[in-house]
Design a binder for this molecule. Structure first.
Ligand SMILES: Nc1ncnc2c1ncn2[C@@H]1O[C@H](COP(=O)(O)OP(=O)(O)OP(=O)(O)O)[C@@H](O)[C@H]1O
Ligand SMILES: [Mg+2]
Length: 334
């Protein structure tokens, strides 16, 4: 439905996006994930039309929109900073775009009330000034303001990052439900890997103006294509060449001992498992967070972190010797 074809974006001489090629399907929740400054916002803004690419084409539904003005693209946009009109009421904020479109007051009223209902903004809140609302409520209003115009595409640039952790998680699941119910093609920008994994149908991992990998959350996490993706998307252990040789001997695998090899924290087990390599270690330290215990274990001079679900048993104290089990198929090498 949306295609970025060989897109390049420049700011002066600086090339922010190089050779970007992406295809996004109808109805998809598609996320741009990556560290600060990698070009997520720039890519999104070029789709919406705020930025003119210096090369390439943007296609929506088979139509080249690269030179089509913003207002003709039918794309809704929500920003991190809410960007509401601060002196207007919630109602006026929601009605604004509809007035610009010259709908009758009756139609406007109907649409505003409908969207307020969908997004659970109460009637009495509609008459309040937006500056009187909390951050979470304001973000709900900016989402409603985008949705009320019934865009074909919804673009969300870090919409939850100004909110506190609990609210963020709450709004996140609401957003996902809403998106599925409306079936609206959604592009979502975040640098939060957990948010990306939870929300997305597919994720594009950005690095320095390039897309490193596009895939479903499961694949990006379990079959990262590069060291960068593996590192950015979650926590992993880098296994030393000594550990890799030991795993090769025990499992008859042929991992390259001269290359980095990674295994996710939660894939290292303290329980014996068939088909796994067994490596000896000594507990150095641990962190307890209620649900789980994270151990730092010294293995042949290399620090391996292990996540152990809290099973109500005593902790392994520093100095304690134990065995770690690693399934060779869980090892990622690039
Ligand atoms: N208006 C601008 N003028 C010049 N350079 C810019 C401009 N906007 C962005 N850049 C540069 O382009 C690159 C990509 O910026 P962009 O805002 O797209 O990153 P981002 O991935 O959205 O980062 P963040 O997570 O911090 O929002 C950065 O190096 C940034 O400094
Ligand atoms: Mg940005």
């Amino acid at each position: 439905m949306i295609e970025f074809k060989d897109i390049e974006v420049k700011y002066g001489d600086f090339i922010a996006i190089k050779d970007m090629n992406l295809s996004i399907n109808e109805g998809e929740f598609f996320t741009f994930l990556g560290p600060s400054g990698c070009g997520k916002t720039t890519t999104l803004r070029s789709l919406v039309g705020f930025i003119q690419p210096s090369a390439g084409q943007i296609i929506i539904d088979g139509k080249d929109v690269t030179n089509v003005p913003i207002e003709k693209r039918n794309i809704g946009m929500v920003f991190q900073s809410y960007a509401l009109f601060p002196t207007m009421t919630v109602y006026e904020n929601l009605a604004f775009g509809l007035k610009v479109k010259k709908l009758s007051p009756k139609e406007i009223d109907k649409k505003v009330k409908e969207v307020a209902n969908v997004i659970e903004i109460k009637d009495e809140q509609l008459l309040r000034n937006v500056s009187e609302l909390s951050g979470g409520q304001q973000q709900r209003v900016s989402l409603a303001r985008a949705i009320v115009l019934e865009p074909k595409i919804l673009c969300l640039d870090e919409p939850l990052s100004n909110l506190d952790a609990k609210l963020r998680v709450g709004l996140r699941s609401e957003l996902k439900k809403l998106q599925k119910n409306l079936g609206i093609t959604t592009l979502y920008v975040t640098h939060d890997q957990e948010e990306a994994l939870t929300l997305s149908d597919r994720i594009a991992v950005f690095n320095n103006g390039f897309v490193e990998q596009v895939g479903e959350p499961y694949d990006i996490y379990n079959h990262s294509k590069s060291e960068f993706v593996c590192d950015f998307i979650g926590e992993s252990n880098k296994l030393s060449s000594l550990i890799i040789s030991e795993i090769n001997v025990q499992t008859e695998k042929t991992f390259d001992v001269n290359k980095g090899a990674y295994v996710r924290l939660e894939r290292v087990s303290l329980k014996e498992k068939a088909g796994c390599a067994k490596i000896h270690g000594t507990v150095k330290d641990y962190d307890y967070n209620g649900i789980m215990i994270k151990y730092d274990v010294d293995v042949l001079g290399c620090e391996i972190r292990v996540i152990h679900t809290n099973d109500g048993q005593a902790f392994y104290e520093p100095g304690r010797k134990l065995d770690l089990y690693i399934e060779p198929n869980d090892i990622m090498q690039f």
